[in-house]
Design a protein around this ligand. Sequence first.
Ligand code: ATP
Ligand code: MG
Length: 367
Amino acid sequence: MAEPLVMRVRAALNSVINPTSGRSIIADGAVQGLAVKDSVVRFALEAKPGAERESQALLEAAKEAVLQVDGVTRVSCVATAHSAGSAQKPAAATPPPAGGHANPFGIKKKPAIETAAEAMSGVKNLVAVASGKGGVGKSTVAVNLAVALAKAGLKTGLMDADIYGPSLPTLLGISGKAEIRDSKIIPREAFGVKAMSIGWLVDESQALAWRGPMVMGAIRQLMSDVDWGTLDILLIDTPPGTGDAHLSLIQSKRLSGAVIVSTPQEMALADVRRGAALFRKTETPVIGVIENMAWLEGPAGGKHFLFGEGGAEKAAHELDAPFLGAVPLYPDLREASDEGRPLAATDHPAAEVFETLAKKIAAAIQP
Ligand SMILES: Nc1ncnc2c1ncn2[C@@H]1O[C@H](COP(=O)(O)OP(=O)(O)OP(=O)(O)O)[C@@H](O)[C@H]1O
Ligand SMILES: [Mg+2]
């Protein structure tokens, strides 16, 4: 009887040698969570601290090796950072790039992220939802805007570029792993929106341990390996601040624009400025600023400005960027979000607020 596929996959991985240790990645215990289902192989490759780049090359080599195994049609693999203490010496030298990516002559190649983005040829507009600061409601706003855009008749997608803390599985109320068909990851569908998050590709504990180079790799995968099909707009929920995920998106040269979310505090001004500056510097248009948690409506009507009034609007004017509007603080928005029920899909007053904002964004990208 032929050897089981998983054994042959293991043997293939065992042939991949880490030049730093001189041992195979199996012998090093670097391959984790190896799973073979039908013809699809999944695993994680653990990177030692300080050797993340080397791990990316090893990951490519491991992927190549597994793809050579008869009966394997697809490999879904990620590099994760070393989880526990046991510090290792950083690798002495960069190993030879594996998997045919050698570039010994220093010839300038198109950045991989640009090539990955080209796979999304059916996606007309990519729009990043960003903020300078964390916890201002980017993910909540992104999900509800996506639902509102879909309701307005646009073919809408939603990509979760927050690799460390993916929100979409919770906000859309979808758990489990994504399906892979014909070597492509199939987006999940909810409320008329096609969505993909790293949370549906790897375990949460792994995602948390990712490091810079892997963030770029993950974003590349979310662009090129997902079957986005034809979309009018792909909203991208980004992590707080301006880090690797933002740089990857900018380097992809595919962003039509960015929407900045802010809270009303005067303090937020500085964050909006910082968030907008990154996009401006790279000539990505700032479609506009949304003020979130703008006020709390009293039981008898009337607005309570808990965090001050009009900070984001002022910031928008100062930046010469359009002010798109404000989203009040709705106590039930948080509850509904936690239950995976975007209020934009209901008859809650918030739905109208998001519809108005969505129309402005639609008008900006489809003048
Ligand atoms: N308008 C709102 N009214 C009430 N609660 C809100 C509102 N917007 C966001 N929230 C709540 O605030 C919290 C933070 O929101 P969210 O996770 O969307 O922020 P974020 O900017 O994406 O955070 P991070 O920077 O961590 O990614 C959540 O509990 C969310 O439900
Ligand atoms: Mg978020």
